[in-house]
Design a protein around this ligand. Structure first.
Ligand SMILES: [Zn+2]
Length: 180
């Protein structure tokens, strides 16, 4: 497991204000449906985070860049970013996160008609990405559909992957635990 300093939830913000602004801008563009414009910004911030030795955040940003490039119809850039994300996730040994991204990016690439990129990832990574332990999957399946505190629907975010120990209500922050 990682020490607290590597936990993305415990990290302080290591981006400079100009870089943080670029990240905010990228998130805004992405939310506005301008994925193609957001993608190179995500990719650039991933490079900055790599240089700052923030591997976990860098991997997440590469993953976001891959999703954005896929949505923005740039197959070869999507593949490059997906490779960077997967190689970093594998190096960090975050198995559930790796598997979650591996599955979701191939699904998205296929949905976008980018079959060659999806197949390339399968060829390169299938043997290296181990599926999450059945215990983790069944724990995820046992999460309540709604927050016990405020009733909001429970969503497992991309960043949380299938790590049920880190699921919180997106609205009120109440930790969500699997039902017994
Ligand atoms: Zn709640």
């Amino acid at each position: 497991m990682f020490s607290d300093s590597n936990d993305p939830y415990a990290q302080g913000n290591t981006l400079r204000p100009s870089e943080q602004q670029r990240l905010d801008e990228a998130n805004q563009l992405y939310e506005d449906g301008k994925a193609g414009q957001a993608a190179p910004l995500f990719a650039r911030i991933a490079e900055v985070l790599t240089a700052n030795r923030q591997a976990q955040r860098a991997a997440n940003l590469h993953a976001q860049a891959a999703q954005a490039y896929a949505a923005g119809s740039d197959e070869s850039a999507a593949l490059t970013q997906a490779r960077s994300a997967l190689n970093l996730f594998l190096k960090l040994n975050v198995e559930k996160r790796t598997h979650y991204f591996y599955t979701s990016i191939r699904k998205e690439l296929t949905r976008q008609g980018m079959d060659q990129a999806a197949e390339a990832l399968t060829k390169e990574f299938a043997a290296r990405v181990s599926p999450p332990a059945p215990a983790a999957l069944s724990a995820a399946a046992r999460l309540p559909a709604n927050c016990p505190q405020c009733g909001a629907p429970v969503r497992i975010s991309d960043a949380q992957g299938l790590d049920v120990s880190k699921v919180e209500c997106a609205y009120c922050g109440t930790p969500i635990r699997p039902l017994i």
